[in-house]
Design a protein around this ligand. Structure first.
Ligand code: C2E
Ligand code: MG
Ligand code: MG
Ligand code: MG
Length: 280
């Protein structure tokens, strides 16, 4: 706290606050340019059927390698994109790019590759853009059947604007597009939406999965989510499957799918292609 001499007003100074604001502003400008110039990439992480130990598809995850700052995590630039309204063009790009990759793989195989693609859609993107319209156009452009696409939403989308979310999800249903609830169990929304909304699967957050073999409470939560999903007829994907023990335990508990470093980290497009070509 510092009292300004001339005015006598009390001003609050957080050390580093100005530098931090400046950094965010720079990041925003540079992210806008990166999106415009096509500098973002998608990484693809395998999703596996746990019981059959079989690859079923990939989750597309945005990657930004900055010319001077190096790799910037989505955990850092997605919130910046959301604040700056850049999540709409970024989200459109991610949807288009992921479906373009799937179409490229189909062309390469000379047939429809039996793989699905998961794309993350931000709550803010869902509230501000015509997501079903954008998806319908992208599916048509790339000749991809809607049933091969899963949209990953967090609970915040439902809290943000339940009515709009409901309409959007119904429109996605009409396109045969599937909906997964991402980071399930970490949000702040009522469970009643699971009954009301057309949600096909639950992704069990990594915070419950990692370390669950050493933690009775985590196992209890994972079991409860699996039982809830089963009763409601939804499939489940465990995030953060890092070891064979985890994959086996989750399969034994009835979790249908897994994703994590035990199978593979998110891979660049070419490495992802090699991954599925070796397994399909
Ligand atoms: P998410 O959708 O929950 O994605 C899973 C995150 O967990 C990814 O982090 C992935 O790299 C990481 N992960 C996967 N397996 C393991 C594992 O076994 N161990 C550990 N420790 N981590 C694992 P990433 O790529 O840094 O993405 C972070 C978040 O950023 C995503 O979380 C998602 O919410 C958001 N995100 C990424 N790309 C997009 C995008 O295109 N659009 C939107 N709206 N959000 C995105
Ligand atoms: Mg996700
Ligand atoms: Mg997730
Ligand atoms: Mg997560």
């Amino acid at each position: 706290l510092k009292r300004a001499k001339s005015t006598g007003r009390v001003e609050v100074h957080h050390p580093g606050e100005a530098a931090c604001a400046r950094y965010k502003l720079d990041l925003e400008t540079e992210l806008r340019r990166a999106i415009d110039q096509g500098d973002l990439r998608l990484a693809y992480q395998p999703i596996v059927d746990l019981a059959a130990n079989r690859l079923t598809g990939f989750e597309a995850l945005a990657r930004w390698t900055h010319a001077t700052r190096g790799v910037i995590d989505p955990g850092e630039f997605i919130p910046v994109a959301e604040e700056a309204g850049l999540i709409v063009p970024l989200g459109r790009w991610a949807l288009d790019s992921a479906l373009a990759t799937l179409a490229k793989w189909d062309a390469l195989a000379g047939a429809t590759v039996p793989l699905t693609m998961n794309v993350n859609v931000s709550a803010i993107q869902l509230a501000r853009d015509d997501v079903p319209g954008v998806i319908a156009a992208a599916l048509a452009t790339h000749g991809i059947d809607g049933s091969r696409l899963t949209i990953e939403l967090t609970e915040s989308a439902i809290v943000q604007d339940p009515e709009r979310t409901t309409k959007a999800l119904q429109a996605l249903k009409a396109l045969n597009v599937k909906v997964a609830m991402d980071d399930f169990g970490t949000g702040y929304s009522s469970l009643s939406y699971l009954r009301r909304l057309p949600i096909d699967s639950l992704k069990i957050d990594r915070s419950f999965v990692s370390g669950m073999l050493q933690d009775r409470d985590k196992v209890a939560i994972v079991r409860a989510v699996l039982s809830l999903a089963d009763a409601l007829g939804k499939t489940t994907t465990a995030e953060g499957v890092e070891t064979i023990e985890l994959s086996q335990t989750l399969a034994a508990l009835g979790c249908s799918h897994g994703q994590g470093y035990f199978y593979a980290a998110p891979l660049a497009a070419d490495a992802a292609r090699e991954y599925w070509q070796a397994r399909i």
